[in-house]
Write a protein that binds this ligand. Structure first.
Ligand code: GLY
Length: 384
């Protein structure tokens, strides 16, 4: 069996950190499984001209168009596989599926451009430094900029619903694209709105224990209209994926700014997650920490994968003790995700690698299913 140099290096690093998890073999096996699984998805997506998102209640693959918020993750998976293996077949496939998103950067009716454009064109730019992806990132940053309100100091999330000016914790994930657009253009207006957004979210989205609300809505003068949830169990509950988005978001803010307040915020969120007694012993959270039917509540593997990836970045910014704890927790998540309970086999799960994620339980959709972004952040964590 061929083992690629980058895999060896990252797996040795993880093994050294992880002690008894035996993660090297487990992650190697997971990666090889993914290399088989992804063939099914490439084939089906290619012939449909659409992008994989999840499965329906009968277990059939659900494909979406480029304007769906998850469209960037499949090209992102192929870019991650290219980075992990150096196999140019993944690069051609990644470029092809990234190209399907050509009209996305112009979208001004969504805040999800970070997910869509940065996971696709962002990777392409990092790999190829080409004009096409550079233009896509700058165009998307302009579109996001159009959703920023100076008086409120935040980027608007949704254009639907009962709220005056809703901002969701997920929106922290768009800041990477804005920081990067400023690095590319040397125009610091994108970076400035990213910082404003991060600061105001830090001020208003977090409770005393550093758990977060999902949706905070603002009045037009910048005062708070409401704090609550849309995808969580209740307004006061702790929606698992929201905690993961916040952790990832403040970690990336520290990467780009080196401002210690973002590092403190990321660490406080990490400490909250790591010490929460409602998370089961395998570290894969229930979809909401306050779900009333725990221990029978569905899990959210996507929240676990995002957390694992974020912690592997965060640990590099922390003193040895704290960094070690974050790395250890991340490795425990990854070890669990490699177990047969969560990791699929080729030919199952419609081609996805991980099962047991929850997209939107209150909406009655995507409950205990594979989700393309769970696979994406799991592969990103392996790469890290
Ligand atoms: N941003 C959508 C979600 O996390 O479900």
């Amino acid at each position: 069996m061929t083992v690629f140099p980058k895999i060896i290096l990252s797996l040795l690093a993880v093994l050294a950190a992880a002690g008894g998890h035996g993660l090297d073999r487990k992650l190697d096996k997971a990666l090889r499984t993914e290399m088989k699984c992804v063939r099914t998805l490439v084939c089906k997506a290619d012939s449909a001209g659409r992008l994989p998102r999840t499965t329906d209640p009968s277990g059939n693959l659900v494909l979406v168009g480029p304007h769906d918020w998850t469209s960037g993750f499949f090209p992102g998976i192929l870019w991650e596989l290219y980075g992990l293996t150096g196999d140019s077949t993944y690069r051609s496939q990644a470029r092809k599926f990234t190209g399907m998103l050509y009209s996305v950067p112009e979208m001004k009716n969504t805040h999800d451009l970070g997910f869509m454009v940065f996971c696709s064109y962002g990777h392409q730019y990092a790999a190829d430094r080409d004009e096409e992806s550079k233009k896509a990132i700058i165009k998307a940053a302009e579109s996001l900029y159009s959703r920023y309100d100076e008086k409120i100091g935040l980027i608007r999330s949704w254009d639907f619903g009962k709220w005056n000016y809703p901002v969701i914790i997920d929106n922290m994930m768009n800041l990477e694209l804005l920081f990067e657009a400023s690095e590319i253009t040397r125009d610091f207006k994108y970076r400035q709105i990213a910082i404003d957004h991060a600061d105001n979210t830090m001020r208003n989205h977090f409770r005393e224990d550093f758990s977060s609300w999902h949706v905070v809505s603002y009045n037009s003068d910048g005062s708070i209209e409401s704090k609550g949830t849309h995808q969580g169990y209740s307004d006061g509950s702790v929606w698992a994926r929201g905690q993961a988005w916040g952790l990832y978001g403040y970690t990336l803010c520290y990467r780009y700014t080196r401002d210690p307040k973002y590092l403190s915020q990321a660490r406080a969120i990490a400490d909250f997650i790591i010490s929460d007694p409602r998370i089961p012993s395998d570290h894969i959270p229930y979809w909401d920490y306050c779900a009333p039917d725990i221990p029978d509540a569905p899990r959210d593997v996507s929240a676990a994968a995002i957390t694992a990836s974020a912690l592997l970045e965060l640990c590099g910014y922390c003193p040895k003790d704290a960094g070690g704890r974050y790395r250890e927790y991340s490795c425990s998540i990854l070890a669990s995700l490699c177990s047969p309970k969560y990791l699929s086999k080729p030919g199952r799960n419609a081609g996805f690698l991980l099962g047991h994620s929850t997209g939107n339980l209150p909406g009655g959709v995507e409950i205990d299913v594979p989700l393309v972004y769970a696979d994406y952040y799991f592969l990103e964590a392996i790469g890290r």
